[in-house]
Ligand binder design. Structure first.
Ligand code: CIZ
Ligand code: SF4
Length: 311
């Protein structure tokens, strides 16, 4: 790419020419969130994707999210800047291993968190998000044995709030798993009036000290509504961009990871999205995300079931 190209202007021009819509997740960098037509969490963006009249969806997020957009929108072209933008949580559940695991529990229904591959969705009875997980679980009679996949931390948390004993697949998000309780408590000591807010993908000790636990969207809403001034934010640091825009007068402190001196905890996969790759992707309309028709049909069923239950 010619270094002198004004990438942002070029992206806007291409977007218009091609009738493309840019959907950006809250975990991508701020400059990419700002050039997106819509920003949101994985569910919000999937819903936007289902309602768009654009011909091309450019998805700035990770692979499983673009898959969900394609499943809900099979006739549209879905392109992503970098096919390597995967997800440790989605990767923790390979199709064959999960199918073998499921076969050991023939009486169980499978609830899968939306943060999983299309393959895992095809093996699931219903999908949930972190906002509706409790309601989805409670929609099954107490006697119904359940498997929850792929996030064991979210599964544990939902087991504790619903009093269930769901069988958990042993997967986790490498970003939400590496917070340091010690560093968070130290931040709290330095900022005694601060509220600790965390995503339920975090490990149990973090969720126990948190003042509020919620999905990406729930955390954003909470900070807007709360009378508190200062927040220790225990989730991927990209969210601080939107949170800061919504709450310019509040103090937002990112919770640090346990393995470095870095103040922020970034998802390396999300950060594979760059302005330059976005430009190239729009110009060449690739890489394009492809799913088999049968896979789309099978993966769509448990998503529709979720929408039915939470409607
Ligand atoms: O990728 C994630 O960890 C989350 C929480 C995404 C989302 O938008 O729900
Ligand atoms: Fe996956 Fe975690 Fe990154 Fe989200 S933050 S995309 S769950 S690795």
């Amino acid at each position: 790419v010619d270094r002198n190209l004004n990438l942002i202007e070029e992206i806007k021009r291409l977007k218009k020419e091609k009738n493309a819509v840019i959907l950006g997740h809250f975990y991508i960098t701020g400059d990419l969130q700002d050039i997106s037509d819509y920003t949101g969490d994985s569910l919000g963006l999937a819903q936007k994707a289902a309602n768009t009249d654009a011909d091309i969806i450019v998805f700035l997020g990770v692979h499983f999210m673009a898959e969900t957009a394609k499943i809900l929108n099979p006739n549209k072209k879905v392109i992503i800047p970098d096919l390597k933008a995967s997800c440790s949580l989605a990767e923790s559940a390979p199709k064959n291993k999960f199918a073998a695991f499921k076969a050991k529990y023939p009486d169980h229904k499978v609830i899968s968190y939306i943060n999983c591959t299309a393959d895992i969705k095809t093996l699931s009875d219903v999908i949930c998000t972190s906002s509706n997980a409790e309601a989805i679980v409670n929609s099954f009679p107490k006697e119904q044995p359940l498997i929850f996949a792929p996030d064991k931390n979210l599964g544990n948390y939902i087991n504790s709030v619903t009093g269930r004993d769901m069988v958990l697949w042993d997967g986790a998000c490498m970003v939400h798993e590496k917070y340091s309780l010690e560093k968070i408590l130290k931040l709290k000591e330095e900022n005694p009036g601060a509220s600790i807010i965390a995503h339920p993908e975090c490990e149990k000790p973090i969720l126990i000290v948190a003042d509020f636990v919620g999905s990406t969207t729930a955390l954003l809403k909470h900070v807007e509504k709360s009378e508190k001034q200062t927040f220790i934010v225990v989730t991927e640091s990209g969210i601080l961009h939107q949170m800061g825009k919504d709450n310019p007068e509040k103090t937002l402190i990112p919770a640090p990871p346990n393995d470095s001196t870095c103040a922020c905890n970034d998802c390396a996969y999300m950060k594979l999205n760059t302005m330059e790759k976005l430009f190239l992707c729009l110009e060449h309309e690739q890489p394009e995300l492809h799913l088999a028709q049968e896979q789309i049909e099978q993966a769509r069923k448990p998503i529709e079931k979720m929408l039915e239950i939470s409607a």
